[in-house]
Write a protein that binds this ligand. Sequence first.
Ligand SMILES: [Fe+2]
Length: 373
Amino acid sequence: MFAKHVQGRIARQAHSAVPEGTYEEHHARRGFEGEVSQLYHAHPTTDWLRVEGPIRPRGIQLTDLMTADASDPRALPTLLMFNDDIKISVSKRSAAMPYYFRNADGDTLLLAQSGSGTLVCDYGTLAYGPLEYLVIPKGTSYRLVPDEGVEHLTYVVETREPVALPDRGLLGHFLPFDRGVLDVPQLAPQPMDISAENADGEWEVLVKRDGELSSIFYAFDPADVEGWTGSLAPFRLRLADVRPLTSQRLDVPPMTHATFQSGQNWIVTMAPRPMQSAEDAERAQPYHRNVDYDEVIVPLGTHDGRRVGPPPGLMSVTPGGMNHGPNQARLAAARDRLPIYVWNIDTARPLHYTDAFAAGEIPDFAQRESFRG
Ligand SMILES: [Fe+2]
């Protein structure tokens, strides 16, 4: 451990009673978890004139994006961002998959922004709905059968390393949720009207391995499991079951809201909660330069569809090394409560953007993210 050094005007404790006329910035490793120093600036570090180059913040409104799978049932989700560990896509699938899909490249995590349906897989069936996660282990054969008459928007994250629950340490077993709330598929006779039998009387398993597709055909429904036992299975987590950590006296670091971990990458759910109310506690997150992660943020809205805060599906990306923090409007707004769910993915490796992302992105997004924004 390194010694703690002090120079000039500082706060007695980080992020509380910040010296008048200064803006506290955290220069930290591993998000807010590793070694850190607080720098007390005369100006907000997000008060840039402009940003040139690949680390500029970028944004896209996912509810407005057109996806191939909205109209073509065979199409796969539309890839937006990727690196060697993680792929982030979006799906607006409205018709049942005409095949079982098997991802042999990694785990698949789905988060439904809107829409509902049924996961049909080797392990049985499991219903899903808005603001619910489905985690599907590598190698599972599954179909998504969306309900009719509703709008579907699902975020899709594929991870090379298994999706796991982070170590909770001294928090114990029940924060931010009791593992008993994780639901697995139930074996039950499949309704005939959602069968994947094709016109030739065959069933197809579409396998993705190293990004390439292959198909295995059967003369019977291969999800014909009559019993299963074990610890590897798809599961569902409802965001409504997330009970967030709060502190009256200090901003709680984002990573304490981590729901899943995949290798060095984090999938974080910030659930509605009271914000710090103590007089001397800063109301917003500190300015930071999150050098070890690219940071993806998606506001998810509320359960009851009340429109507060940024629109659901407004995805922003702040690459590692870029300054980040609240802008003027955010600081001016009285903030006694986080009213919405906010989704966050932190990736250890830099993300690369696809043409689909670039085609749909919001122009001049960096200015919107600036202090003046
Ligand atoms: Fe950040």
